[in-house]
Design a protein around this ligand. Structure first.
Ligand code: AMP
Length: 404
């Protein structure tokens, strides 16, 4: 999907009051942030805004408090963390709407930052508003949020697929609504690069189930030269081809769908590749008895990784690619005995000179585990959002922004 939205560099920020939606939905354990990737990913936009002479109010959600104030989901911890990262004082507001926070926002000077409390402490933020009354409540909440600034910036790609108050509806109540640098990068790679790929374009699609990737497979079919299938979803395809798959993961209700995907690929001249060998185990465990087998999985065994020959064949395709999109691991890479193909693919992507886009979710975890993350052109920060974008859906958080 090609979109052309204004970003923070297209507008004059000097003296402006910016209210920005970020994704500070970080994992916490015992009140400590265990992975700060999302906070660090927002830093380029935060720094650009304050260096340009604007003040900045940050909105985010954290966890799923379901419209209630719950101390364990307070964003105070992220405000303190940001203060350490930037080595400057960061103000915190105990709510994200109301007279007090508006007063705090108004009193900020250029370069000051205020982090507001969790937007999801209000049910209006993420309610599924079906009745007119609920819709009005949600819009009212969005209007209240808009009082925190005169320029709205969205840099929260992870929630851009949701039409929530702080991710999309707020844009109705400000004159200027633009994307941050992180959101812009996501749009550039997942949208524009995938919409107009330099060929050959190779998509590597893995993960647990066909059902989770069905729409991506369908929407990529018109754009790609090759699709390399791995992960649990491969075995529904192999069963559709008449193979024995033992106890491997399968979606029997999607056998016909798998057959039709294979047909469509043939009609469109897409080189859809399936495994030629597999690593089969007698139990879903790293300590299981393991055998490398062909495409008929022995009785009592389940395939937990695609085999070494398959991994090499896939690596050769990747080596020739100019654009690579990867979504979903080739096997149960969380267990070291079934991580080989995922790591081989990862290395092949890192070694290729293709524009490489890692499309969120578990493949991001695999790339991070490999230590090769800096060799990829783009690693998406949004699991669900990246999948929906790749499926060709409009993301409300992107569509709400001003066109260039
Ligand atoms: P997804 O969220 O659909 O991308 O699926 C990712 C999950 O698929 C990971 O947790 C993998 O462990 C799992 N997975 C990959 N290959 C297989 C397989 N052959 N059998 C079962 N699960 C798998």
């Amino acid at each position: 999907m090609n979109v052309n939205k204004k970003t923070i560099v297209d507008i004059d920020l000097k003296g402006k009051k910016v209210v920005m939606r970020v994704d500070f939905n970080v994992p916490l354990k015992d009140g400590i942030i265990t992975d700060d990737t999302r906070i660090k990913a927002a830093l380029p936009t935060i720094n650009t805004i304050i260096e340009a002479g604007a003040s900045l109010v940050l909105l985010s959600h954290l966890g799923r408090p379901k419209g209630e104030v719950k101390a364990e989901f307070s964003l105070k911890v992220t405000a303190d963390y940001l203060a350490k990262l930037l080595n400057k004082d960061i103000a915190f507001a105990s709510d994200c709407i109301g007279a007090d926070v508006v007063k705090q926002a108004n009193s900020l000077s250029a370069g000051d930052i205020l982090v507001c409390e969790n937007t999801r402490f209000h049910k209006e933020e993420d309610m599924k508003a079906k009745t007119d009354e609920d819709k009005a409540l949600q819009l009212k909440f969005a209007e209240e949020l808009s009082k925190l600034g005169n320029v709205y910036v969205n840099d929260a790609f992870g929630t851009a697929h949701r039409a929530h108050a702080s991710t999309a509806l707020i844009a109705k109540y400000v004159d200027t609504a633009v994307s941050g640098l992180l959101l812009e990068k996501e749009i550039k790679y997942l949208g524009n690069t995938v919409a107009n790929p330099v060929k050959p374009f190779v998509a590597i699609i893995g993960g647990a189930k066909v059902s989770g990737k069905l729409q991506v497979l369908t929407s990529l079919m018109d754009k790609v030269d090759s699709i390399l299938i791995g992960g649990g979803m491969a075995y529904t395809f192999l069963k559709a081809q008449g193979h024995e798959i033992g106890n491997s993961l399968v979606e029997d209700d999607l056998i016909d769908t798998a057959k039709s995907i294979l047909e469509v690929a043939k009609e469109k001249g897409v080189n859809l590749m399936l495994p030629v060998d597999n690593v089969a185990a007698d139990d879903f465990s790293n300590d299981a008895k393991i055998e490398t087998v062909g495409n008929d999985i022995p009785k009592g065994y389940m395939a937990l990784d695609v085999g070494p020959k398959t991994a090499e064949l896939y690596a050769a395709q990747i080596a020739n690619a100019k654009t690579v999109l990867w979504n979903g691991p080739m096997g149960c890479f969380e267990m070291s005995n079934f991580a080989n193909a995922t790591m081989t693919v990862c290395k092949a992507v890192a070694d290729s000179d293709a524009t490489s886009i890692i499309g969120g979710g578990d493949s991001v975890a695999a790339v991070n585990a490999s230590g090769l993350a800096d060799k990829m052109s783009h690693i998406s920060t949004g699991g669900g959002a990246s999948l929906e974008y790749l499926e060709g859906k409009d993301l409300p958080g992107v569509m709400a922004l001003n066109d260039k």
